[in-house]
Design a protein around this ligand. Structure first.
Ligand SMILES: [Zn+2]
Length: 274
């Protein structure tokens, strides 16, 4: 998937990041300053005048093939729900330098953060891996902390991907259509760690959304940042149904495997979960 010209303007991208952030807060996936958002674009792009300040920073890993690419990324400690009110106070613009080891970090003079999000190592690694394999010119990554998905990740039997997916993807016909590869699962890793970064890259090769056990989720899209946020919402809605069913003493039937296979046949969805 490639975005076609005319490419989205900076204002549109910032607004979409703001809308995605606000919606993640609305679905209780971003309490306080939890969660972070980034997009990578590969067309020519002028960060000024929106981001007049510039610092040279070392990137968490070298990404030589992405020299010249631009990242828009939320600042450390910023609230996703507040991006929409003042995007440049909450978002930085990073342009990858020649060689791919450093970048020029452009920010606004009224920015309310010192550094980009502490999860940027995972964001960058996932963008890099996805863009190298698909060749896309646009990629969005979202980390959020949806309540029900995160709660279920504390229960041993949901820590098995097979069990997790056959139980969560059974409540609505759309779930398998939107998440045909199911939801990935990463055992607990310390936030911002290399271990978490490597696990994200691996799991997001084969899933569009992945649970970080006892922490939250990460989702990606090569269409839009709102599409990535939608994937968080589809997975969280499935987890809400599952939680509701547990609370009700597991009286719900859920769609049967046969019913889900019929849906997939009708809508031409390839899946290997049911
Ligand atoms: Zn987090």
């Amino acid at each position: 998937m490639m975005l076609q010209e005319p490419y989205p303007e900076l204002d549109d991208l910032l607004e979409m990041m703001g809308e995605a952030g606000r919606h993640l807060a609305e679905i209780e996936a971003s309490e306080g300053a939890a969660g972070n958002i980034s997009v990578c674009l590969r067309w020519k792009f002028e960060p000024r005048p929106c981001f007049p300040l510039m610092d040279e920073i070392k990137l968490p890993q070298a990404i030589p093939e992405l020299a010249g690419a631009t990242f828009l990324v939320t600042g450390s400690g910023r609230r996703l729900r507040e991006i929409i009110g003042d995007p440049t106070a909450n978002i930085a613009c990073l342009v990858v330098s020649e060689g791919g080891e450093t970048g020029r970090l452009y920010t606004s003079s009224h920015r309310r953060f010192e550094r980009v999000t502490s999860e940027f190592n995972s964001h960058l690694a996932v963008h890099y891996d996805q863009i190298l394999s698909s060749g896309t010119n646009f990629h969005a990554v979202v980390h959020a902390q949806p309540l029900h998905l995160t709660y279920l990740s504390h229960i041993t039997r949901y820590q098995d991907e097979g069990y997790l997916n056959t139980h969560l993807l059974r409540w609505q016909p759309e779930t398998i259509v939107n998440l045909p590869e199911g939801i990935g699962f990463i055992p607990f890793c310390v936030p911002s760690s290399n271990e978490l970064m490597t696990a994200n890259v691996e799991s997001l090769r084969t899933h569009r959304v992945v649970i970080w056990a006892k922490h939250g989720v990460m989702a990606r899209s090569d269409v839009s940042v709102k599409r990535a946020a939608d994937r968080v919402e589809y997975a969280e809605t499935a987890a809400k149904y599952e939680y509701l069913n547990l609370s009700a003493g597991e009286v719900g039937e859920g769609l049967s495997a046969d019913e889900i296979r019929s849906i997939c046949n009708t809508f031409n969805v390839h899946q290997e979960i049911f």
